[in-house]
Design a protein. Sequence first.
Length: 104
Amino acid sequence: MKVVDAPYVQGFKDKRKEKIVKKIRHKRKVDKVYVVTLPLITDGIMDIYEYKHLFSKFYKKASDEIYILGIAKSKKDANEVVRDIVQDMYDSDTDFDVKKFFGI
């Protein structure tokens, strides 16, 4: 699991946000947090998962391929993160290439 250099974060206060990002970077479990990732199974441009699910056996096999692009307090906040990323990609010159946008 890898966290991009500047993940999008929604729904946390500043102090809490820094702690959550740090814990996720160190692959520590955090409850009630959603993450936006590059797609693992589907052909979409991003997926939303509850963070704790990424510790299951199924996802541990694909652990090196999991890139966390955004972190959110709720599923609703995760949807906002996706919307913000898509809007920023639209405004940039990356042709909706998520990897290029995040420098992956």
